[in-house]
Each structure stands twice: as C-alpha cells, then as structure tokens.
Design a protein around this ligand. Structure first.
Ligand code: PLP
Length: 407
C-alpha cells in the first residue's frame, strides 16, 4: 500500500496555507467535520453553474442532465459503501436525518425494544429515546468498557427477546474504537433483529461493505468524508427499505394522487420528498472519489501514525487522563483526553489563540457516557489526511506549555 500523499492533500486545501495571528492553522478536528478539498468544491460549483435543473420531472436539457448527475452520484455512493443497488441509497441531509428516517419509518410499537450502546453519539440515541417517549418502545443500552474493548458475550446477553433493532456506531467519535460489525449483525439477525450502523465517524477510513456484511441500514454524512455539509445518505441492505414507511410526503414521492388517496413511488423517490440537494450530491460524488483515490486504509494508517506521536508525547504529562485504550491502533484518528484539574474549554481556547491549534472540547455529543462515568469535559484531537507530524508537535508542545502555565 502506498503511503498517503499528504502534500497533495494540503495543496488541495489552500485554507491551511493562510496564517492567522502569525500561525498557520493546525486543524485537528477531523472527527467533527473534515476539510473540503478543491476538487470537491469545484464539483459543487460546476454542478450549480452548468446543471441548474431539477431531477426526475422535466424533459428539457437541464432537467435531463440533473437527473443523470443525481443518478451518477447515487451510483458512486453505492460503490463507496458497498451496497447492492443504487435504489437502496437515499440522499438525506446528514447521518442524523438518516437515523431518524429509520426511527420514524420502522413499525416499532410499545413493548418492542431497540438495543443501542452507551457510547453512541446523541444522534444515534435520541431518536430511540424519542420513540420510548412517543410510542413506549423500550430503549436498551449496552454499556461498553472502552478501555477493554467491545465484549461480544456481554452484548449477546443484552440482546434480549423483543429487540427489533440494534443501532450501533461503526467507529466511536468518543474514543475511536471500532465495533465488530459483522459479528453484531450475525448475533442480531439470529435473534430476528435488524441492524442500523451509524457510519458517520467510520466512513472516511472504513468500507462498511453494506451488502457483504448484511447491514440493514447504514447512516452517513458527507461532511465527514471531505464532502460538503448538508448532504448524507441512508443506505439500505436488500429489502430493508420495504420495512420503512415514508414519513415526509411531497413532490416526487408519489406516482399518482387522487382525492381519496395516492400511490407511492418506488424507492429511492418515495423517501426523497421535494427538490434535492443536487450540488451537494455532486460534492458527495467528488468526495467519495477523492477519498477512494487517496485510499481509506492509507488515511487510517496516517491518522494512527500521528495519533501515536501525539499519545507518546502527552501520556507522560502529569495528570494526563486518556479516554479509551492506550494503543493508538485501537483508537484510529482520535485522541480524547483531559489534564486533571484543568478546564478543557479554556485549554482548547488557549491552544487556538496561542498556536492556531484547533481541537474540540466538551462531551462530544456522547453525554450518556460522560454521565455514566462522571467524567468532566475533555479535549479531543482527531487527525485527518491533511495533518502533519509538525502540527502534532506544535499541538503536544502547546498542551504541555499551557498545562504548566495553568497549574
Ligand atoms: N454519529 C457519529 C458517530 C458522529 O460522530 C456524528 C457527528 O459527529 C454523528 C453521528 C452526527 O453526524 P451529523 O451531525 O453529520 O448528522
């Protein structure tokens, strides 16, 4: 496998070459949102400039071209995540919306259960807590010991009768650990439950192989894979969309409407009400192609290498507390930590002000885990394909300096 061409990636991200207050930006917040490279920006702009039509409903040139471009984007996404058919790719705004499409559309009733984990992003927990409130669906939570890794036996015990859906993250945005998706799918299917995988954090470095792994629903956002914001996908396994009742009806979701009823269109149209985000879809296509050309495994290896450098530099600091396993290989691109006694928000602000180093602080939308552990807010650095060893050095030196200054 060729190493990642970081110089090329940086050349495609001119924002990284603009100094602010004497510092080049060191953007270590890949897990929140990735940077968008020039080829993706150009694809969005080219689409908006030259194909101003609406897909699927006009037999004029702009309309036909828009239809062709949308279908091409859908096909590229299908390949990117290994789905069986392009019709199983539904364009949505983001992973959150994709998960909600499943939560609202599955015929879950009072007493049915959804099994999720204690390390989910709020976007893959609140929809189930919402169903508990509105329909009396039971939301069961499998607790994960992140330092030790995912325990399939314990998970099997939590997969009790009545679980209709298992909703788990592929890669944790809390600590970067990867969940054993094929094993989870096998266990869930044996119990007759469907599986939703939240791929938001994983899609940049992992091919989920939706069809091969038997995943029923896969949710993703393109802003996490170097694409634009405002476009994501719900990707379904074979036959899974038949289980969903569309909840937003409107233009393009029907083939006929009468005073006394209507006939729904086939998927994907029945789930894509209204005019779509065509520029976003063009950007999603370009992003999937860009990431594929870099190589997802090469991106992962690069991130782990930088994570190792950062971990080795920070772990010896007094009162350094890591979230997750010590080995960076198990944490992918994420280094989540705190310096005991120091305010993470203040630390994050100082890193940016003094060094132009951007990391995230807080509970990272995984409130449940922070509550369970009684853990204060943490700092999360995450490493993308544009980051360099130099930036990691600036980051770790700045953390050490600020930690001493604040003592
Ligand atoms: N799931 C995970 C694991 C995430 O990391 C995120 C975003 O941080 C989301 C879901 C939500 O993604 P979006 O805000 O793009 O819907």
């Amino acid at each position: 496998m060729l190493p990642l061409d970081v110089a090329k990636v940086r050349a495609d991200l001119p924002v990284l070459a603009i100094p602010v207050r004497g510092h080049l930006p060191a953007y270590l917040d890949c897990a929140c949102t990735t940077l968008t490279p020039e080829p993706v920006i150009q694809a969005v702009a080219a689409h908006l400039r030259s194909i101003p039509g609406c897909h699927g409903r006009a037999n004029h040139r702009f309309g036909r071209e828009a239809t062709i471009a949308y279908a091409a984007a859908r096909e590229t996404v299908r390949t990117f995540v290994g789905a069986a058919r392009a019709e199983d790719v539904i364009f949505v705004r983001n992973a959150t919306e994709a998960i909600h499409l499943v939560a609202a559309g599955l015929p879950l009733k009072a007493g049915d259960a959804v099994l999720t984990t204690g390390i989910e992003h709020n976007s893959n927990l609140l929809p189930w807590l919402g169903l508990a409130r509105s329909r009396g669906v039971r939301c069961l939570v499998h607790r994960v010991d992140i330092a030790r890794g995912f325990d399939l036996d314990a998970f099997r015990r939590d997969l009790v009768d009545g679980v209709r859906l298992v909703a788990v993250t592929h890669v944790s945005n809390l600590c970067g650990i990867e969940l054993p998706i094929s094993e989870i799918v096998a266990l869930a299917h044996r119990k007759g439950a469907k599986v939703l995988v939240d791929g938001a954090q994983a899609a940049l470095c992992h091919d989920p192989a939706v069809a091969d792994q038997g995943i029923d629903f896969y949710a993703m956002s393109f802003h996490k894979v170097m694409g634009p914001t405002g476009i994501g996908a719900l990707v379904a396994g074979r036959g899974a969309l038949d289980l969903l009742e569309p909840t937003v009806l409107g233009g393009d979701t029907v083939v006929d409407v009468r005073p006394d009823g209507f006939d729904m269109a086939a998927a994907p149209a029945r789930f894509e009400a209204g005019v779509g985000n065509y520029g976003g879809a063009a950007g999603a296509k370009a992003a999937a192609e860009y990431v594929t050309s870099l190589g997802r495994e090469a991106i992962r290896r690069h991130a782990v290498g930088l994570n190792r450098l950062a971990t080795e530099a920070l772990a010896p600091l007094r009162r350094f507390r890591l979230v997750g396993p010590l080995d960076p290989e198990a944490r992918g691109s994420i280094l989540n930590f705190r310096i005991d006694g120091l305010d993470s928000r203040r630390l994050a602000g100082l890193l940016d002000e003094r060094e132009g180093v951007m990391v995230r602080y807080g509970k990272h939308c995984v409130h449940l885990w922070y509550h369970d552990e009684g853990c204060p807010d943490t700092l999360r650095a995450s490493f993308g394909p544009w980051n360099t060893a130099d930036e990691v050095e600036r980051f770790t030196r700045a953390v050490a300096d600020v930690a001493i200054m604040l003592e």
